[in-house]
Ligand binder design. Structure first.
Ligand SMILES: C[S@@+](CC[C@H](N)C(=O)[O-])C[C@H]1O[C@@H](n2cnc3c(N)ncnc32)[C@H](O)[C@@H]1O
Length: 237
């Protein structure tokens, strides 16, 4: 009788141990990759987070998008599973770090263009510090010169316009033939600086092949206009 009880106890311990092992393994699989202390990339991600925070505290002349706009860019890139992304106006790379973080998840790539040599240099340094040098290519050039040379990397499925505002319509004209049907163009400052881009806003809201909406993630209404390229406007006729 005693022997039977010992056997039952041993069996119960085995079952409980197995159940516990199963629970731990399932919990490990469910936890977020960023939250894993053993994740080999966690020092890189911690460095990237610290860099983003440092850039957020930088002087206003850094011209960064607000953090909530950066987060939205990353969400859009990941949700759309973007593969080929282009940014016009890198400045010091703040928004490129957000877009690049999304592309790191989708396996895509970002080309970001900056005309100012000093900003482009700092952008490259920040991309390296963030561990995104394989995902983001920083180009120092005038976007109007660089875009035709980069056409071979397209078609683009994600474009972020954040260079000088009065140029947006010219960028749209050059980029639309390079867009993938189903791609997205995000333009920044479309509420607070709408007066500098009436031609752009008129085009994205009145071209049948494009579907646009303007939103704001900030109280002071910076404004982002999201344009979904249903099909190439040329095939619209
Ligand atoms: C608002 S800032 C970009 C901020 C950046 N997207 C961020 O959130 O971190 C605009 C940048 O566009 C750059 N820019 C303006 N015209 C350009 C052009 N034709 N080609 C490339 N860059 C340009 C400016 O030098 C400036 O650094």
């Amino acid at each position: 009788m005693m022997k039977h009880r010992t056997n039952w106890t041993a069996a119960a311990v085995c079952v409980l141990t197995a159940a516990l092992a199963f629970c731990i393994s399932a919990a490990t699989k469910l936890s977020l990759p960023n939250a894993q202390p053993s994740d080999a990339r966690s020092p890189v991600l911690a460095r990237r987070k610290a860099l983003l925070e440092r850039l957020e505290k930088g002087s206003p002349d850094k011209l960064n998008v607000p953090p909530t706009d950066g987060r939205l860019l990353r969400i859009l890139v990941e949700a759309a599973h973007a593969q080929k992304a282009l940014e016009l106006g890198s400045s010091y790379g703040y928004s490129a770090l957000w877009i690049g973080s999304g592309l790191e998840q989708t396996g895509g790539h970002l080309w970001t263009i900056e005309i100012d040599a000093g900003r482009a240099k700092e952008c490259r340094e920040n991309i390296r510090e963030a561990g995104l040098e394989k995902t983001v290519t920083s180009i120092e050039d005038d976007a109007f010169k660089a875009i035709p040379q980069l056409a071979k990397e397209g078609p683009w499925d994600f474009v972020f316009l954040d260079a000088w505002k009065s140029d947006y319509k010219r960028y749209l004209d050059v980029l639309l033939p390079q867009m993938k049907a189903g791609g997205v163009i995000v333009a920044h400052n479309t509420i607070e600086r709408a007066g500098e881009m009436p031609d752009y806003l008129e085009a994205v809201f009145n071209t049948p092949a494009l579907d646009s909406v303007t939103l704001s993630t900030t109280e002071w209404k910076c404004g982002l206009t999201l344009t979904y390229v249903r099909k190439k406007p040329s095939s619209d006729k």
